[in-house]
Design a protein around this ligand. Structure first.
Ligand code: TMP
Length: 199
């Protein structure tokens, strides 16, 4: 088993396929000998469950400040109870959403990006952050009927704009998600392996 603690996050719009891709990545990394684990935000812990009920499926959008603080609180718990212990064990942690979701979604809702970073300043930085880029029109067609408050074209367009700013400044690595599941998985894996091998 290859031992190296690493935090990778997979980001993208709702319905872009990141959960599927994050899980495929974990399987592939394990197959080649890395001890990889899948995790996600919002978490399945108390704060994450509260967020899903109150912020995402409560019918109307709560204040963007409340959203940002709750997501940050969930993230601090996530880091303390799951991410840090896994990294200490030398695992590769693949997080389906992380800090960039707060910057993109709560930033798109009008919050200052520096403030969002400030309330998240005690979480650890990911070693690598992937943005799985799929057109907002495409994700909207894919989304199931039981929509969350985020799942509308206007929000998804704004969120994508913010994500793309982080692609431009080099914080996120863009992967074109408008292709087959297999092709996307292949590119994500090679991006990660390149990074692991220092390429
Ligand atoms: P998911 O269904 O892709 O897991 O994501 C849940 C929703 O929560 C999605 O619309 C993005 C949103 N979200 C935020 O707005 N801020 C955050 O910090 C996180 C982690 C998720």
């Amino acid at each position: 088993m290859k031992k190296r603690g690493l935090l990778i996050c997979v980001e993208g719009l709702d319905g872009c396929g990141k959960t599927t891709q994050a899980k495929i990545l974990v399987r592939k990394l394990r197959r080649i000998g890395y001890n990889a684990v899948y995790t996600a935000e919002p978490t399945s812990g108390k704060i994450g469950r509260f967020i899903k009920r109150y912020c995402l499926h409560g019918g109307k959008r709560v204040s963007n400040i409340v959203e940002a603080l709750l997501f940050a609180a969930d993230r601090y718990e996530h880091v303390a109870t799951e991410i840090i212990p896994a990294l200490k064990d030398g695992k590769i942690v693949v997080s389906d959403r992380y800090l960039y979701s707060s910057l993109a979604y709560q930033g798109a809702a009008g919050l200052n990006l520096d403030w969002i970073r400030r309330i998240n300043e005690h979480v650890i930085s990911p070693n690598l952050a992937i943005f799985l880029d799929v057109e907002p029109n495409t994700v909207i067609k894919r989304l199931k009927p039981k929509k969350s408050v985020m799942e509308n074209l206007e929000t998804q367009r704004k969120v994508r704009e913010v994500y793309l700013k982080f692609v431009e400044n080099g914080e996120l690595v863009r992967v074109n998600g408008n292709r087959s599941k297999r092709e996307v998985a292949k590119e994500i894996l090679s991006t990660i392996l390149n990074f692991l091998e220092g390429g």
